[in-house]
Structure formats: C-alpha cells, structure tokens
Design a protein around this ligand. Sequence first.
Ligand code: DC
Length: 207
Amino acid sequence: MIIAVDGPTASGKGTIAKAIAAHFGLPHLDTGLLYRAVGKQVWLNDGDPDDPQNALSACDFPDSLLENPDLRSEETGGLASRVSVHPGVRQALFERQRAFAQQPGGAVLDGRDIGTVIAPEADVKLFITASVEERARRRWMEMQDRELEITLVEIERDIVARDARDINRKDAPLRAAPDALVLDTTSFDKDQAVEAAIEAVKTALKS
Ligand code: DC
C-alpha cells in the first residue's frame, strides 16, 4: 500500500505523514529532506543553487548529511526550493524515492510531487493545505520553541516566495493530483489534523 502526502511548506504534511505511517505500520520517507540535503551540499561546495550544474553535482551528498539538524532550517528550506527547480536534480533523486515507494509492503512518502510523479499509482493520495497566515504562524511558533530569531512577517514572506517557486516551476510543480483528497487544516490543531487525515485514509481504502 502506497500513501502519498503532498502539500505546500508548513502545511503539516510531514507530521501527518509520520502519524499515518505509525498508524498503519509503514515506513516513511520525508522527500523534502533529500532536496534539503542537495541545497545544503551546494552551500558546502560554495556553489550556486540556481546553477543547474552546481546543483546536480551536489546530488551525490553523503547519507550522513541527512542527519544534520541544520537541514531543518528556513535557510536550507530556501536552498532546497531553489535546487528543486532543476530537472536534472529531480531526475537524480527520482530512483531513490521510487524504490522507497515500491518496497514490499508499501510506504508513506511526503513531498510535493508524490501523487503526481513519484507514485502516481498510490493507493491513497492526500493533499494537505492551510492558509499562508496559519502556516506562517505555525512555523513561527516552531522557531520560537527553537529560540530562533525571525519575525512572523519574514516567515510569511519566505512562505509566499517558496510557494510561488514550487507552484510555478516547469518540472513537477506543486499541485494536487486530480484524484487526491484535499485536506485544509487551517482551523485544525495538530491532533485534529492527524485524526482527519487517518480517517480520510481509512475511508479511501474502503472505497
Ligand atoms: O517539504 P520541505 O519544506 O522540506 O521541502 C523543501 C523544498 O524541497 C521545497 O520547497 C521544494 C522541494 N521539494 C520538491 O521539490 N519535491 C518534493 N517531493 C519535496 C520537496
């Protein structure tokens, strides 16, 4: 059973995907982390994330980089969004994601193009969304907890820029697959969002 969880930045898709994986006893892959590792590796190489060749060279990052807590920063998220527009980068990361999706027993993957490109045959496709204001608020709370200095306005600006880049790129843009269930979590807290997503998966599996 393959479950695809897509959505924009800070929509809660990662939390939801993790909870679905735990509930159904499936392995989970956060595909954004792969793009974040490429973005970070470009930076470590002193490269330019907007240069297709520099970005492609960074795709052979060491697996140990995936453990680097720095991958979760806003800055690395921005770099990830920039390297993710290059078709060569998407191609280089495709097989790894595809193999994870196709493992025996199934898997849960979250990202931007799981239901459209990586696993269009997924048994269930969820598209998680929330308003920009609410996503910025959630990200800001998270940053406060980690004592990172950034204003709500800066976060909102960053989210709008990232949405625009993810939605408007030519290759595998962020969009809901036609057969995805769209779940708007704007008015939900974390537990409500997780519960609604698990219910949606159960309903989809019954039909
Ligand atoms: O989900 P995230 O914020 O960790 O993703 C960081 C960036 O990586 C995102 O802005 C776009 C890119 N990405 C992508 O293009 N395709 C994916 N499947 C996952 C992430």
